[in-house]
Design a protein around this ligand. Sequence first.
Ligand SMILES: [Cu+2]
Length: 129
Amino acid sequence: MKTLRLPLLAIALAAVLAACGTTSAGGGTDPGVDPSSADVTVSAVDMAFDPGTVTAPAGGSFTLALVNEDAMPHNVAIYTDSSRSEKVFEGEMVTNGSIVYEIPELEPGEYFFDCSLHPNMTGTLVVGG
Ligand SMILES: [Cu+2]
């Protein structure tokens, strides 16, 4: 029954995210954008981000494409560091597909990201590298 519960969880989570989601400029997603045109692309494969370190431009907002090759939902949530105490962005979940996030401008530096559902899926985002 595990496979039956996962989509329900995704729907529940999507509802929660939609309910409290930010609709302000720069914080949303644009599913209509071609992932290959994004500034940064990261894949989710076998419960891991590939590559584990990505570099984004500084000095403005940028687009980050998540290409999820898994049959389970993943997203990208960005924190100032691995303590996860300060979240700067949380993207919508996507399952077995791709999504393009519009990430607001971040100060140059190194950030930590993970999948909100799978805390063991982590990566490093370098802004202005
Ligand atoms: Cu995940």
